[in-house]
Design a protein around this ligand. Structure first.
Ligand code: DIR
Ligand code: MN
Ligand code: MN
Ligand code: MN
Length: 314
């Protein structure tokens, strides 16, 4: 197992500064060392730099469309390079608009994917349904084949085409879904385990059913797109749009452990960690260290403990 880490310090998919500091804070919390201690080879591809776009007027009410398009084009190429080097790609955001480039690049490199989207939000608004105009609430509408005719052509997006079928997508953790998003999810018949289902079934059954559902079609490489706001803000408050009633630390971690043991996890996004949104340093620390633990779970860290295969007793 090896991890190829891409930092994507990008925040223009939403309006709150600080989320661009996520990648460096997550690295500073010891991500690379701790992955290596697990026996995981790690290559850090560093932070992407993004084109400065001085004039980026709203398009049909959506903000910073050109900046988001350009940033995601760079990210898509970076993810393709990481996959061609043979690593599991780890994209540290940045806001969730970055899933456009991450999932696009991952698909371009390895072919059709299964996507597990862990989030309080569905992020499936189109530019025409969005109340906020924030592109971090829209990435899934750009990625789904089924919504192509509902998404207008946008500047700096001509490099990408939809690359995901709604039947290859599972949501976990939803609890703040706009009416248009709810309509879309029902219209397309998307598999959703909202927080009520997590309550009803328990996370173990949710993960069993997630994999059964996805594998019913084919065992494809899995892309995990993890918005830290899926976790309850009591544990991860340092994020732009916290929503009460989220996943516990243990439920959040179980999702990563379960997906890791499938052997199919091929790329992970960890997004929306915003160190400036924590009211105290403890809030930031708790958010960042949870993000690190989720990533370690993706690479085989077990709560029962781990040891390297060549370990011998002194
Ligand atoms: C809202 C909030 N549905 C929007 N979305 C968020 O802006 O479209 N996504 N916060 O992460
Ligand atoms: Mn999100
Ligand atoms: Mn969210
Ligand atoms: Mn978000």
């Amino acid at each position: 197992r090896s991890a190829g880490i891409i930092g994507a310090p990008f925040s223009k998919g939403q309006s709150r500064g600080g989320v661009e500091c996520g990648p460096d804070r997550i690295r500073a919390a010891g991500l690379l060392d701790r992955l290596q201690q697990l026996g995981c080879a790690v290559k850090d591809y560093g932070n992407l730099t993004f084109e400065d776009i001085p004039v980026d007027e709203p398009v049909r009410g959506s903000k910073s469309v050109r900046a988001v398009g350009s940033a995601n084009q760079r990210l898509s190429e970076a993810v393709q390079a990481v996959k061609k080097d043979g690593h599991t790609a780890v994209m540290l955001g940045g806001d969730h608009s970055l899933a456009i480039g991450s999932i696009h690049g991952h698909t371009a490199a390895v072919g059709p994917l299964s996507v597990v989207w862990v989030d309080a939000h569905a992020d499936v608004n189109t530019p025409l349904t969005s109340y906020t105009g924030n592109l971090h609430g829209q990435p899934m509408s750009y990625l789904l084949y089924e919504l192509q005719s509902k998404v207008p052509v946008l500047p700096n997006f001509s490099w990408m085409k939809p690359c995901l079928s709604s039947q290859d997508l599972v949501y976990i953790g939803l609890r703040d879904v706009d009416p248009a998003e709810h309509y879309i999810l029902k219209l397309l018949g998307v598999k959703v385990f909202c927080m009520s289902q997590v309550d009803q079934l328990g996370v173990a059954r949710v993960m069993e059913e997630t994999c059964d559902y996805l594998w019913n079609r084919a065992k494809k490489p899995i892309h995990l797109s993890y918005d830290i706001d899926a976790i309850d803000p009591f544990i991860t408050p340092a994020t732009g749009t916290p929503v009460v009633g989220g996943l516990t630390y243990r439920e959040g971690l179980y999702i990563t452990e379960h997906l890791c043991q499938t052997g199919l996890l091929s790329a992970v996004d960890l997004v929306e960690v915003n160190p400036l949104r924590g009211r105290t340093e403890d809030h930031v620390h708790s958010t960042v260290s949870t993000a690190v633990d989720l990533l370690l779970g993706c690479f085989g860290r077990l709560r029962e403990g781990n040891h390297l295969p060549n370990y011998s007793l002194p």
